[in-house]
Design a protein around this ligand. Structure first.
Ligand code: HEC
Ligand code: HEC
Ligand code: HEC
Ligand code: HEC
Ligand code: HEC
Ligand code: HEC
Ligand code: HEC
Length: 356
């Protein structure tokens, strides 16, 4: 995430282009490179942000403008999520990049005792949410939660940028889906996966059998990611968190368990009879669960789109109301149908058959 320009292969932006807004010799840190690359300089005291971003998908430069007043200071606006052990007052950090201690917390005691001291390793979504959410620290100055350590209470050190319902904003669509990148934590929190353990405990009437350890393999994140600990029904603490679906130690973009791991025969595990009426698309269309339930509502640099993380269907009429993408024409499906026609088909198929 944060590398030196001298390292071979790191700089992918085209500095030979006439559009390059500054020379490569100004660059002290190269930020990212998968979708987008940004750059920082150093003024002798602190890192400074350079005013241009390179977009991989379009192979082009975009000027990032700001006025003299609001020039972003990386130590206040960026480093909290891209380094380990930042002191936001001096801008000094212990390690560049997202390291072990970003997710596990300070662990030198563990190293000094040759493995005796405990390390925090919980598959808590807040440990990811410290970076995969937007907001301000409690005094409003920093754009990341300073003072939060994994295992702690994220909301105590971070005021999230929550959506204002019924209004399009830069970070959120009017229906509450994310419009800006790295809002996964707040979206996830509002979906059913965050509550999968609570459903076994609160107001459960026993209709799918009594709660036993067997339920945990699909309902409890801690039981799923650390099976060797043999976590029991009373000890389980987590719902289906980020670390359940994502590999955490590399290959983050490859799923750890896919949807079918817990939804084995379609949407409804407990009531398989409801599955036949669930997806009208033929198998040949190759539509996946995430295409409809995690529609790409977030646009980056014009050409790349990210998935929404609240598994809610966006109906055509809702999409038309907010000018946002609908679940029904992800990837260009049904692009020839206008929103009214699409909504009519949605109603006639789903209202009568799938929803209760
Ligand atoms: C609250 C945490 C947070 C803050 C603050 C933050 N970022 Fe990020 N940044 C992320 C996360 C998480 C990602 C990866 C996921 C995504 O892009 O949605 C990311 C991705 C990026 C990428 C794309 C990386 C790639 O490989 O394509 C760039 C470039 C970037 N950030 C630059 C910045 C700059 C510059 C700042 C300060 C102005 C900043 N970020 C502030 C969390 C943060
Ligand atoms: C993106 C967050 C993240 C990063 C970065 C990360 N880990 Fe983990 N690690 C986790 C999570 C979450 C778990 C909990 C179990 C799981 O999901 O597999 C875990 C589990 C572990 C475990 C198993 C401990 C146990 O109690 O079962 C070890 C050992 C470990 N990590 C070491 C490391 C080391 C060493 C690094 C750096 C090279 C590292 N981790 C970086 C998130 C992370
Ligand atoms: C210290 C901040 C930080 C923490 C903590 C963190 N992330 Fe990230 N994450 C980032 C940044 C920054 C990137 C972009 C990296 C890049 O592009 O090089 C990223 C990228 C990702 C990606 C996209 C990877 C890809 O190549 O497509 C996934 C998925 C992801 N993170 C999941 C997680 C999960 C799950 C956790 C918690 C176990 C977590 N992250 C914890 C900052 C963080
Ligand atoms: C139910 C499974 C599931 C959970 C839980 C989940 N994700 Fe994802 N995530 C996905 C899928 C599926 C994709 C799309 C992967 C692809 O394109 O192949 C994805 C993609 C991403 C990406 C890459 C950008 C994009 O949207 O395409 C990031 C970053 C990410 N997730 C972060 C998180 C974080 C942080 C959490 C927890 C707050 C989380 N995810 C929880 C399934 C999940
Ligand atoms: C680790 C198991 C697991 C995985 C993996 C998983 N789910 Fe689920 N899912 C569940 C459980 C359990 C529930 C029921 C939650 C509750 O209400 O208690 C659920 C509920 C849902 C719901 C209804 C609740 C809502 O928020 O709308 C949707 C939709 C859904 N899952 C889609 C998906 C998709 C899409 C994927 C893959 C990207 C996926 N699931 C992966 C276990 C899983
Ligand atoms: C193979 C994975 C799996 C197992 C094992 C599992 N569930 Fe579920 N559970 C799901 C999925 C997927 C959903 C969401 C779709 C559905 O309703 O079938 C769900 C939803 C639920 C819901 C909320 C749905 C509603 O309609 O209110 C409850 C309550 C529930 N399960 C209880 C249990 C109990 C109790 C057990 C153990 C006896 C159990 N589950 C075992 C996958 C599983
Ligand atoms: C063609 C689009 C499409 C695909 C593909 C799809 N779904 Fe659905 N799914 C829907 C719609 C639409 C609904 C009904 C939502 C409503 O009534 O609000 C639904 C309902 C559900 C529900 C019940 C939601 C609730 O709130 O009770 C679950 C669970 C679910 N789907 C999971 C899945 C899983 C898992 C997959 C992949 C095996 C999948 N879906 C594939 C469109 C799709």
């Amino acid at each position: 995430m944060m590398r030196r320009p001298e390292t071979p292969g790191v700089v992918i932006a085209d500095f030979a282009s006439r559009d390059a807004p500054f020379p490569l010799s100004d660059v002290h840190w190269v930020i990212g490179g998968k979708w987008e690359q940004q750059f920082m300089s150093h003024d002798g005291k602190t890192d400074t942000l350079l005013p241009g971003a390179w977009h991989n998908a379009t192979q082009s430069w975009q000027l990032v403008g700001w006025d003299g007043w609001n020039q972003p200071i990386p130590a206040e606006r960026c480093h909290g999520c891209h380094t380990v052990g930042l002191d936001p007052n001096t801008g000094a950090f212990v390690e560049a990049n997202i390291g072990c201690e970003s997710c596990h917390g300070p662990s030198s005691w563990h190293v000094e005792t040759l493995g005796l001291g405990a390390v925090v390793s919980i598959a808590d979504a807040e440990a990811c949410g410290q970076c995969h959410a937007r907001g301000r620290n409690r005094d409003g100055r920093l754009h990341f939660p300073s003072g939060y350590l994994p295992g702690g209470d994220l909301a105590a050190s971070f005021a999230f940028s929550e959506p204002t319902q019924q209004q399009n904003e830069s970070d959120w669509w009017g229906d509450g889906h994310a419009r800006s990148r790295h809002e996964e934590f707040l979206e996830w929190q509002r979906g059913g996966h965050a509550n999968s353990l609570r459903s076994l405990r609160e107001s459960y009437d026993g209709r799918f059998g009594s709660v036993s350890e067997d339920c945990l393999r699909c309902h409890a994140g801690d039981a799923i990611v650390t099976p060797d600990r043999e976590i029991g029904v009373d000890e389980a603490r987590l719902g289906i968190t980020c670390a359940v679906c994502h590999n955490v130690h590399g290959e983050l973009d490859q799923p750890r368990i896919d949807c079918a791991g817990c939804h084995p025969s379609g949407a409804f595990y407990h009531e398989p009879s409801r599955n036949s009426a669930h997806v009208p698309c033929p198998d040949s269309a190759g539509v996946a669960c995430a295409d409809c339930h995690m529609p790409k509502t977030i646009a980056i640099g014009g050409a790349v789109r990210f998935h929404s993380h609240s598994p809610g269907i966006i109906e055509p009429q809702m999409a038309a109301m907010w000018g946002m993408p609908t679940s029904c024409n992800q990837g260009g499906c049904h692009a020839a149908l206008g929103p009214v026609e699409l909504q009519v088909r949605f109603e006639s198929f789903y209202r009568s058959k799938v929803s209760r």
